[in-house]
Design a binder for this molecule. Structure first.
Ligand code: KE4
Length: 425
């Protein structure tokens, strides 16, 4: 089999940057990306026959670890009946039922093929429902590559240094207002300056595309009150956190109820998927019932539904969230104690099976503090870890994920390596 180096050279000649998604290109951590041959449990096997304990988990979906036997079996069974029908199929009804059962804010739901489609559709729906044009987002939040949300965006946009992407017209960007996360007065000012013009507020309730940032006390409640007061739609983008932090996503950790919720990743069990849902009176504005058009050839695809149903049903059955939180705390404490021993300022936000590393003496509460953190130290830790068999996100503006498959030998081995990675600084 060709090496990662050989494959990357070939890819570069045919695929922009050699990758089908920019953050995979290792541009912010240096070196060339490895190519994966297979994945099982907590580990990736590269084409160079290196084994890596994986904390990226295909950017979130693999909460049970890679190649989970129940998910694989569900896909194989669905495959016997064909791959796509272009008509309604029973699995879509089961998926809708499961999402409504698990996420209280969702009274009606529509499937899409990616998180980007979910957020793009949610903001169009908010505009169609309210008849207003402006949307508030938060600097550093990433909602996929939607034109109107690629403004001060996080994840790959920030990693590549273009949080305001080329190709997004001034007209489009003009309807996107940007506030600072954890800063309610900033949001109030935008509502006061744009009376009756704001269709919705979209945010990752726990931003995880600028590293991981946690909401300060009262912030989410304050957003809920402002949206209710001004008649704007409150949209929680839980593409990453949905089913990751609880069966109801972040909504299992606080009491704030959004008007719309965007989902993805875990509900596809590793196959292409997205979804958006919420209040019936809003969702019923969607075609074919209402005037807001939204569609997708492969939306509700039976293979993706089968994989997602298996993944979510396993979460319902096992309810692994406390186990995952214990693993997250173990990694967090390992990193913090090593940094303390070295006298290096390190902040490790962690919630459940999500954590990130900010080399920063302060607690990071917003975008400006996140980007002021020491990226060079992150890159050194990334490189040391990778050279010693542990794969962290190839950017400081991402979040690490842990799966139930990490429990036991893999988490112990990874913690030993991460401890040495910090001590090697
Ligand atoms: P997709 O279109 O990539 O399925 O989802 C977009 C999206 C929407 N909302 C949130 C909160 C997200 O995190 C994402 C995508 N996440 C990134 C990783 N931070 C995907 C990785 C990539 O871009 O390759």
């Amino acid at each position: 089999m060709k090496s990662s180096e050989q494959l990357f050279q070939e890819a570069l000649a045919m695929i922009p940057g050699g990758v089908n998604s920019p953050v995979r290109a290792f541009r912010s951590v240096g070196g060339i990306p490895f190519f994966t041959k297979s994945a099982n449990g907590a580990r990736l096997t590269t084409v160079d026959n290196k084994q890596l304990i994986d904390f990226v988990l295909t950017w979130g979906p693999a909460i049970h670890g890679h190649n989970d036997p129940e998910i694989r079996k569900a896909i194989q069974e669905a495959l016997e009946a064909g791959t796509s029908f272009g008509t309604p199929n029973p699995l879509e009804v089961e998926m809708a039922k499961l999402i409504l059962e698990c996420v209280p804010a969702v009274k009606k739901v529509r499937m899409t093929n990616s998180g980007t489609e979910a957020t793009m559709s949610a903001i169009r729906l908010a505009r169609g429902y309210t008849g207003r044009e402006k949307i508030i987002k938060f600097s550093g939040c990433y909602h996929g590559h939607v034109d109107s949300l690629l403004v001060k965006a996080g994840s790959g946009a920030l990693t590549q240094g273009n949080p305001d992407s080329a190709g997004v017209t001034k007209g489009t960007a003009a309807d996107t207002l940007v506030a600072e996360y954890n800063n309610l007065p900033d949001v109030e000012k935008l509502f006061e300056a744009n009376p009756g013009a704001i269709a919705g507020v979209i945010l990752e309730p726990y931003p995880a595309n600028v590293g991981l940032i946690l909401p300060q006390k009262g912030f989410l409640e304050g957003l809920r009150n402002l949206c209710t007061k001004h008649g704007a739609v409150l949209i929680f983008d839980e593409v990453m956190t949905g089913f990751r932090l609880s069966l109801a996503g972040t909504q299992g950790l606080h009491h704030v109820v959004p008007d719309l919720v965007c989902l993805g990743k875990i509900i596809g069990g590793g196959l292409p998927v997205g979804a958006f849902g919420g209040k019936a009176e809003i969702m019923d504005k969607l075609a074919p019932l209402g005037p807001v058009y939204q569609a997708g050839t492969l939306s509700g695809n039976p293979l993706a539904m089968a994989a997602g149903l298996a993944a979510v049903r396993k979460l319902k059955r096992e309810n692994p969230y406390q186990r995952l939180d214990r693993l997250g705390i173990k990694v967090r404490d390992t990193l913090l104690s090593a940094a303390k021993a070295k006298g290096i300022p390190l902040h490790v936000p962690q919630v459940g099976s999500m954590f990130s590393l900010f080399f920063n003496p302060e607690v990071v509460n917003n975008y400006d503090q996140a980007i002021a953190s020491n990226g060079d130290l992150y890159r050194k830790v990334f490189r040391y870890a990778l050279d010693h068999g542990v794969y962290l996100a190839p950017s400081p503006y991402e979040t690490a994920f842990i799966s139930t498959a990490h429990e036991g030998v893999d988490i112990d081995q990874a913690c030993a390596t991460l401890d040495l990675a910090i001590r090697s600084l």
